[in-house]
Design a binder for this molecule. Structure first.
Ligand code: KIV
Ligand code: ZN
Length: 393
């Protein structure tokens, strides 16, 4: 057990970017009223910060950020800007009516981005980062700076840029694994280097922003928390560029379930995870896979007889979270060819026909025959089997 786990959990800021990094991915765009509906759902979910969009990207994005900034209360509203005056001023224009605005400025720092995308040297990157953060800080006192592609940036240079951004006034420094290249040991090591080597690091919150190209976004984010990150950037259902971003529901429930190890938690109202996930799927038409952790239809479903029997005796035998804690109504004991007597008896009782002894054996034998022919056995099938047995008497 981690030593921190003995004391009060450290509160991790949840920065939701469903409406920005999520929305900009293929198949996920939303209109203004959908964005507003989603923004209200994020308030109910109790995220700490919502990134509402990238105001310079289009008039529609500007209007959406402005509308969300004016509508939502009790949460920080953030807008993205590249490190230039026009972007930053436009972001502020959209955000300025927010109760708690945040400007998020970003500039790529990796050698690949410096050479092929920006065609800038290291000195110019540092100069522009400082100018951008200063300009934003003159408008707003809540400034996040992201060195884009940080995970592929030389660590000495990353430390230099992060130090310069904090000295210029950044209150949060976000470390993106823009292309989902990092592994947990790598990403945790980047955060540790910043903690150890940037003298002013205590003046800012360290954040992580992990993409999921190798399926490691949640694991990488947890490694960042373990090494000192105080903010996680994530999206509902993990939507986002390419393979997506760190999934909000997974990282939040990992911290909640394994607080014993991480000694950290979030303020997320976890019972809202499932309804928020379903709302987003309904809006975008992008459904989550059946076996998706936390919010997939199978996340709390059990078909194997041994598991069902254990679940009926005590749910902790096969469940590490309570379904109601993430917004499911209850565990689903799916009846199929792998199910056993105990689950059938339990369902029959729930349907008002308690079965025992020979009666149970007889219906169970018919049930198994039917289950070999059908993927799933529904309540109507069970009732039909029971009625058939009664009719034969
Ligand atoms: O993935 C990324 O690098 C980003 C930045 C704008 C933070 O989304
Ligand atoms: Zn991103």
């Amino acid at each position: 057990m981690n030593a921190e786990a003995m004391s009060e959990p450290r509160q991790i800021t949840i920065f939701d970017t469903t409406l920005r990094d999520g929305e900009q991915s293929p198949g996920c765009s939303m209109n203004l009223s959908e964005k507003l509906e989603m923004a209200q759902a994020l308030v109910e979910l109790r995220v700490d910060v919502m990134e509402a969009g990238f105001p310079i990207a289009s008039p529609g994005d500007f209007e959406a950020v402005k509308a969300i900034a004016g509508a939502v209360k009790g949460v920080q509203v953030c807008g993205l800007a590249r490190c230039n005056d026009k972007d930053i001023d436009r972001a502020w224009e959209a955000l300025k009516e927010a109760e708690r605005p945040r400007i998020h400025v970003f500039l790529a720092t990796s050698a690949i981005h410096r050479e092929f995308k920006l065609k800038m040297g290291k000195e110019e990157i540092v100069r522009r980062a400082i100018e951008g953060v200063k300009r934003a800080r003159n408008l707003c006192d809540n400034i996040e700076f992201s060195p884009e592609d940080a995970a592929r940036t030389e660590i000495d240079f990353l430390c230099e840029v992060v130090e310069a951004a904090i000295d210029a006034g950044a209150t949060t420094v976000n470390i993106p694994d823009t292309v989902g290249y990092a592994t947990p040991v790598h990403m945790g090591g980047v955060i540790k280097s910043l903690v150890d080597r940037v003298p002013c690091i205590d003046k800012a919150v360290i954040s992580c922003h992990c993409h999921n190209d190798l399926g490691l976004a949640v694991a990488n984010s947890l490694a960042c928390v373990e090494n000192g990150a105080g903010q996680i950037e994530c999206t509902v259902n993990g939507i986002g560029e390419r393979a997506g971003n760190c999934s909000l529901e997974e990282v939040v429930m990992a911290l909640r379930t394994r607080g014993d190890y991480y000694g950290a938690d979030t303020g997320v109202h976890t019972q809202r995870l499932m309804p928020t996930s379903r709302l987003l799927s309904g809006i975008t038409g992008m459904t989550v896979q059946r076996n998706k952790a936390i919010v997939g239809r199978n996340a709390f479903a059990h078909e194997a007889g041994i598991h069902q029997d254990g679940m009926l005796k005590n749910p902790t035998t096969y469940e590490i979270m309570r379904p109601e804690d993430v917004g499911f109504t209850k565990t689903d004991l799916v009846l199929g060819k792998h199910s056993g007597r105990a689950a059938l008896a339990d369902r029959a009782t729930a349907l008002g026909h308690p079965l025992a002894g020979d009666e149970l054996d007889a219906v169970f034998a018919e049930f198994k025959k039917l289950a070999d022919k059908k993927k799933e056995i529904y309540d109507a099938d069970i009732l039909a089997l029971i009625e058939k047995k009664y009719a034969e008497k």
